[in-house]
Design a protein around this ligand. Structure first.
Ligand SMILES: Cc1cc2nc3c(=O)[nH]c(=O)nc-3n(C[C@H](O)[C@H](O)[C@H](O)COP(=O)(O)OP(=O)(O)OC[C@H]3O[C@@H](n4cnc5c(N)ncnc54)[C@H](O)[C@@H]3O)c2cc1C
Length: 355
């Protein structure tokens, strides 16, 4: 197993880092909208985002595992990490040498944090929505206008990927800084959960994007190339939340003289499905040949979304009144899971893709 190359010591080091640097912040991330920026930067500083000394498969496995471990403790942080990894994926796969040599190293060492505004394009390619951003060609770049309702993991000095329509036949993809002239951002924090995700509405008012920030002038082909990785990295968000929910259910076994035993969903059942899903995805990552299979990943992403929802609901039932407190662990997991169900591709889009 490639993952075994990550020695026991390394996995323990990551767990210790999460325990000492992230766990104490979890409640303020969930309740006070605290954005775990320092923790993300620390992961970069410690080399967890590095790709240069690893094969593509090793990078996938390391990053998948990283999102899983972080999401066991906090899925808001897992989600911001996913945003960061999506941004890195765009630059790794781009043929733009300026972005690869000037920005990618700083993303990978955590100096720059990044996000992705690709929900709307994913829905556009899924024939569900019009594109929200439009581009006009200028001599040495593009002028972009429009708005994106939610982009996360943003802030001062951060960057993110966008797709804009040039004409009926061509879309372009760019990687832009948050201080781009003409871009205005308004923070959003009235969601049911994950309000520590540094999420903003982004309005583009004739923003000039120079050619050297273009990830691809053929976004249709580029998105098709990166979307399996983009989707794959969402799966460990669900694995992490599911694992944490099952552990929480087990801790409550003896409550009220063991009466949880009468509930219809028991941890053993959830654990068996969880182990089977987890093993099949890791097996897949260790054995896929050349390219990732989109349909297979869509199915795995849908399966984990459903399992996560079942697990957090079971955790609420097993926890009873204590779980119904707003600040409780089961209530936080419930809010996290409903975000996973509504993260593009949402459950309804995944079902549509497989229909
Ligand atoms: C906390 C949070 C963080 C998110 N982070 C990102 C991110 O980093 N990048 C990203 O690309 N997407 C992000 N999204 C969007 C997410 O991935 C899904 O697309 C969305 O949650 C659900 O989409 P839906 O298909 O149900 O469409 P709906 O949300 O029902 O949207 C349908 C239509 O309404 C528009 N719309 C929705 N909300 C608003 C609004 N407030 N103002 C104006 N128009 C609106 C949509 O653009 C769309 O055209 C985030 C969403 C949330 C809740």
């Amino acid at each position: 197993m490639i993952l075994e190359k990550e020695t026991e010591t390394n996995t323990n080091t990551l767990k210790e880092l999460i325990q000492s640097e992230l766990r104490p912040l979890v409640q303020s991330i969930d309740i006070d909208n605290h954005y775990p920026e320092a923790f993300l930067r620390l992961l970069g500083e410690k080399g967890y985002f590095n790709s240069d000394v690893f094969s593509d498969r090793e990078v996938l496995l390391r990053e998948f595992h990283l999102v899983e471990e972080v999401s066991k403790t906090c899925m808001t942080t897992g989600f911001t990490l996913w945003c960061q990894l999506a941004a890195q994926t765009y630059l790794r796969q781009s043929e733009n040498n300026y972005l690869k040599s000037n920005l990618l190293p700083d993303l990978e060492n955590g100096t720059i944090l990044g996000g992705t505004g690709l929900s709307n394009p994913m829905k556009f390619y899924g024939d569900m929505e019009k594109l929200h951003l439009q581009a006009e060609r200028r001599e040495d770049g593009y002028v972009i206008s429009g708005h994106l309702p939610s982009v996360s993991n943003l802030g001062e000095g951060h960057w993110f990927g966008i797709v804009a329509g040039l004409n009926n036949n061509q879309r372009i993809m760019a990687f832009i800084p948050c201080d781009l002239v003409g871009l205005s951002m308004k923070g959003k924090s009235d969601y049911l959960g994950i309000n520590g995700s540094a999420t903003y509405v982004c309005r583009f008012d004739h923003c000039f994007v120079p050619d050297h920030l273009i990830v691809s002038a053929d976004a249709d082909a580029f998105v098709e190339k990166v979307r399996p990785t983009f989707l794959l990295y969402q799966i460990p968000l669900g694995l992490g939340v599911t694992d944490a929910s099952i552990e929480s259910i087990k801790r409550g076994r003896s409550k009220q003289r063991g009466s949880n035993h009468y509930l219809q969903v028991q941890p053993e059942e959830l654990e068996a499905i969880y182990q089977q899903q987890r093993e099949s995805i890791y097996d897949y990552l260790e054995t896929y040949e050349d390219t990732l299979d989109w349909k297979e990943i869509v199915q795995m992403r849908l399966d984990i979304a459903h399992l996560t929802l079942r697990s957090v609901e079971a955790n609420m039932l097993h926890s009873g009144g204590a779980g119904y407190l707003y600040k409780s662990h089961p209530a936080r997991k419930l809010r996290e899971a409903y975000f996973l169900a509504n993260l593009t591709p949402t459950v309804k889009q995944l079902e549509k893709m497989l229909a």
